[in-house]
Structure formats: C-alpha cells, structure tokens
Design a protein around this ligand. Structure first.
Ligand SMILES: C=CC1=C(C)c2cc3[nH]c(cc4nc(cc5[nH]c(cc1n2)c(C)c5CCC(=O)O)C(CCC(=O)O)=C4C)c(C)c3C=C
Ligand SMILES: [Fe+2]
Length: 412
C-alpha cells in the first residue's frame, strides 16, 4: 500500500466515525464495524468536524488559555542544556514557533516524516509556551525576571516530587485528537535536541466533543462537574483576572498570563468508599448536574446561608465551594483549565490518577496562592487529594505575524 492509499482509507474511516458521532450512534457498537466496511472504492467523505477545527497561532494571547478544553493534553517541561545560552534558546523558540504554527494549521512541520498526523486535520491543536525561573539565570536574562515568577510558597500538605516539578521551559499541548497531540509533542521534543532536555512529561485527557448529548461542563475522575464557576471571557473583569495588562510589568509579558501547574492525585479508593451524599457534601454541589446543594441548577449562584430541613447549612462549613470563591479570598480568582490523568496503578492497587491542574491568572500571588493557602488549612476535599508536583511558568502574550513566541523577551 502506498502512502497515498494509507491517507485515503484513514481519512474515510475518520469521516465515517465522525458521522456516526454526529448522529448519536454509539461508537463502541458501530465504530469498528463501520471502519471494516470501508473499501478503497468508496468515494471519500469530508474530514470530520472535530478534525477540521483550527485555532489561530497568532493573536493577542497564546492559544490554549481561553481555547475550550480539548480531549487530549500533553504537558512537557525542559531544562536548557549546560551549553545552551540566550542565542541557542532564541533559535529553539524560533524553531518551536514555526513548527507550532504549521501543525496548528494542519500542515506538516519542516523535516517531519513521521506520518503520525498525516491524515488528520488541525483538530483544535494548541501549543502554549512558558518560561520557568531557571530560564532567566541560564540565559543571563535575570534583569527581565518577572516579580510574579517568585517561587510558590510551600504548603503544609505538599508531597512534591522535585523531578516532576519546575523546569526552565514548558509546553502545554491540547488537541481534540490524541495522535495529533502526541505528534506535536514528539516534533517539539525532537526540535529541542542539543538545546533543552525533557525534565518531565505528563499526558492528560478530557471528555471528547460529542460524548454527551449536549455540550456541558467537564467532569473529573471523582465524577464531579468541574469548571462551572470559572471566570468567563464575557465577564467584565475576565482580562484583568487572567492576563497581564498591555502596560503591565515586565513589558515583554504584556497580554501574557501565569500558569500554575499542580499534579494532584485523587485518593479514589477512599473517595469511592463515601456515599453519594457524603461526596456531594465535600464539594457542596450535586454530582448529577453540578447544581449547588443550596438549590437550583448548575448556574444558580450558591446560597451560602441556605439551610436544610434539619437546620444544617446546605453548603457545609468546609465544603470546597465555600472555601474557594473570590469573595471568600479577597477577590482571588483564576481560570482553571485542567486535564485528567491516569498513569496505571500503585503497589497498593490504587489508581495513580487525578488532575493535571492548570490555573491561569494575571499574578499567582493574587490568584492561586491565597486560595491554595485556604485549602491547605483544610477543606473537606483535602482528605481525598495529594499535591505531588508543582511548577510556575510565565506565558508571554501571543506572537504577532512573523514573530516567534518570547521574541520580545529574548531580543529586546
Ligand atoms: C488553589 C486552587 C484550587 C485547587 C488546587 C483545586 C483543586 C480541585 N478542585 C476540584 C473540584 C472542584 N473545584 C470546584 C470549584 C473551584 N475550585 C477552585 C480552586 C481550586 N480547586 C475554585 C476557585 C473553584 C470555584 C469556586 C467558585 O467560585 O465557586 C468545583 C465546583 C464546580 C466549579 O465551579 O468548578 C469542583 C467540582 C478537584 C477535584 C480538585 C483537585 C483534584
Ligand atoms: Fe476546585
């Protein structure tokens, strides 16, 4: 079979499966059969909608922050090699930006013969680049180190693995297709050769588009509707909360954001031992539809004063939604955009699974830190989670046409 044949039949299969998803046919039952029924004589169909969606590489902000959450995620942090300085780092960011721009448009990156994403469309691929504290020392750019990149404080419940924390450079990849996400990871990792080495890498996932009868807020591995009270781009103060202002400091971070990353393992064996009612009390929302226990539907504001028929607070004193909102934390807010992860099973048989928690904010000191301090002193959820890795990255604004990500930092 030639390369063209491979492309042709895979594209047909994609089209068939996409159509099945769109009409609500259960893929588990029909996907394989439909695939087997494809012959090379059938006329090709259009690429499925999921594959054809492209996200812009250029713009005020980098992609992957306000972009709706994708089904597949790859997070990777790099350390610069001892021989690499500012010049080598700039060349790497230039290579990475070019590859990201091409892959996000659904085009093959230069010099890539892997064929991994050959027959897929852009599939909402986003590639987001960030700089860790160490980057500034290694490149002699200490004078441009943002104040907001000061190390996160230690939290009493942290059980951090240093080898899977930090990093000089960070890439967040998201796509609605797992192969497209892997392909981007592999291309960018290969492009780093000689300049930066992988420090840690983690794979994540979310619900696929079309998996639910209507689009809905994501669900996490504890079975909770997660993301309801995120700041919305339509909110008046959204930009102020999430992005560094145009005249913010340092100037190269204009329209950028700070990403707090935490790998948070869920103690799912203990969690599963709780009754549904006990689990709902931990968060303060119903599992079925995410509605607050004070009443209403998912989007109804939480009533912290409401009481049950027994006179108890409907939202318990230590419920996660009582401890975390901005008005309980001097206005502290962040945009949570996580992926779930599952990395096999531990020696005791418990799943090594949880949340690759990513929070975006204009300044971690007024976003993540105050909320995590409150959580650290004990909310009901803390008994069922462990923070196992942590990192903080400065994510500059989006590149203009002809610019590479970070150019304003590296060449100013
Ligand atoms: C420091 C910040 C936060 C961490 C760490 C965190 C971990 C964490 N959260 C859930 C599940 C849910 N969180 C929900 C709401 C929520 N969580 C935070 C912050 C952190 N969560 C905030 C700021 C909020 C919103 C509060 C508000 O304004 O109402 C919810 C409820 C639904 C929602 O609004 O998203 C769930 C569910 C898990 C499982 C977890 C760690 C594994
Ligand atoms: Fe939360």
């Amino acid at each position: 079979m030639t390369d063209d044949d491979t492309t042709f039949s895979r594209r047909r299969l994609l089209g068939t499966v996409g159509a099945a998803g769109a009409t609500g046919i259960a893929l588990g039952a029909t996907g394989g059969v439909a695939g087997a029924a494809v012959t090379r004589d059938d006329p090709p169909t259009d690429l499925a909608t999921v594959g054809s969606t492209a996200v812009a590489f250029h713009g005020r902000h980098q992609s992957g922050i306000v972009t709706p959450q994708q089904a597949a995620g790859q997070l990777v942090a790099f350390d610069l090699t001892p021989a690499a300085g500012r010049k080598e780092a700039a060349a790497l960011l230039r290579r990475w930006s070019r590859a990201a721009e091409r892959m996000m448009a659904g085009d093959p990156p230069d010099g890539d013969h892997s064929g991994v994403a050959l027959d897929a469309g852009p599939s909402s691929l986003t590639v987001t680049f960030g700089f860790g504290r160490g980057f500034f020392e290694r490149t002699g750019l200490e004078a441009r180190l943002p104040d907001a990149l000061r190390p996160l404080p230690e939290f009493s419940a942290d059980a951090l693995d240093e080898d899977r924390s930090g990093g000089d450079l960070w890439i967040q990849i998201g796509s609605d297709d797992g192969l497209v996400a892997f392909h981007a990871l592999r291309v960018l990792q290969r492009d780093a050769a000689g300049t930066a080495r992988v420090r840690w890498q983690m794979s994540g996932f979310n619900r696929s588009l079309g998996a639910t009868p209507e689009p809905m807020t994501q669900r996490n591995l504890m079975g909770q509707v997660d993301g309801t009270n995120n700041p919305k781009p339509s909110d008046e103060d959204f930009d102020k909360r999430v992005f560094v202002p145009a005249d913010g400091s340092p100037d190269w971070m204009a329209h950028g954001s700070y990403a707090v990353f935490r790998r948070i393992r869920m103690l799912l064996d203990s969690w599963d031992e709780q009754s549904r009612a006990e689990q709902e009390k931990v968060i303060g929302r119903r599992k079925s539809d995410g509605a607050p226990l004070s009443g209403g539907t998912e989007r109804t504001p939480v009533d912290m004063t409401a009481r049950t028929g027994d006179g108890d607070l409907a939202i318990a004193a230590d419920a996660h939604v009582r401890i975390t909102p901005p008005d309980a934390n001097q206005g502290a807010a962040m945009l949570r955009r996580p992926f779930s992860y599952h990395d096999g099973f531990l020696d005791d048989g418990a799943p090594d699974a949880g949340l690759l928690f990513i929070a975006w904010q204009a300044d971690p000191l007024t976003g993540f830190v105050p909320v995590q301090r409150r959580l650290d002193s004990g909310d009901a959820l803390s008994r069922f989670i462990r923070h196992e890795a942590s990192a903080l990255f400065a994510v500059p604004g989006g590149p203009g046409k002809g610019e590479y990500v970070g150019q304003r930092l590296l060449e100013a």
